[in-house]
Design a protein around this ligand. Structure first.
Ligand code: HEC
Ligand code: HEC
Length: 109
């Protein structure tokens, strides 16, 4: 009982922190949204404001957010081509903490 109540409090706190998404074209509005966003920041080595206008996550003002939508679709298409149907390619697979993935090893540049 106590556990359920704590879980409820946590859920309410999470909702208060992140109001219901208003402008999702690709990603589902579920509990994975914020963890997915955090994975973007790690993959690109940036903070939330690399893609988002301060104080308005729903805004599409930043060009990088639109590029990110293309990247989400692209990664989905690539993964759909794997014979086992599993997710093998993520943002991190290419980006490795950088905004522009390296095209060749350092030594070959
Ligand atoms: C690489 C770009 C990128 C980064 C970095 C990023 N986001 Fe996002 N975010 C997006 C995109 C793209 C969408 C819209 C996805 C869609 O259309 O389905 C989005 C949507 C959202 C939404 C839903 C907004 C709404 O009302 O529609 C929230 C909330 C959000 N992001 C929070 C965050 C937080 C918090 C961080 C930092 C931890 C973050 N984002 C980092 C690209 C990014
Ligand atoms: C198959 C490799 C690959 C994957 C997977 C990939 N990207 Fe990219 N991404 C690139 C390359 C290459 C560029 C640079 C393209 C250019 O310079 O025009 C790029 C550029 C970007 C940019 C623009 C950066 C800037 O400085 O303007 C954003 C934002 C971005 N990717 C987000 C993402 C996100 C979010 C994901 C995961 C959903 C992702 N990418 C997955 C290869 C990839």
């Amino acid at each position: 009982m106590r556990l359920t109540f704590t879980a409820l409090l946590l859920a309410v706190a999470a909702l208060a922190q992140h109001p219901a998404p208003k402008n999702l074209k690709l990603l589902p509005a579920d509990e994975n949204l914020i963890p997915t966003m955090r994975s973007f920041t790690v993959a690109l080595g940036q903070k939330c404001d690399f893609c988002h206008v301060q104080g308005d996550f729903a805004s599409d003002e930043k060009h990088t957010k639109e590029i990110a939508r293309h990247m989400i679709s692209m990664a989905k298409e690539i993964n759909a081509k794997f014979p086992d149907g599993k997710t093998h390619v993520t943002c991190y697979t290419c980006h490795r903490g950088a905004t522009e993935p390296a095209m060749a090893p350092e030594a070959a540049k």
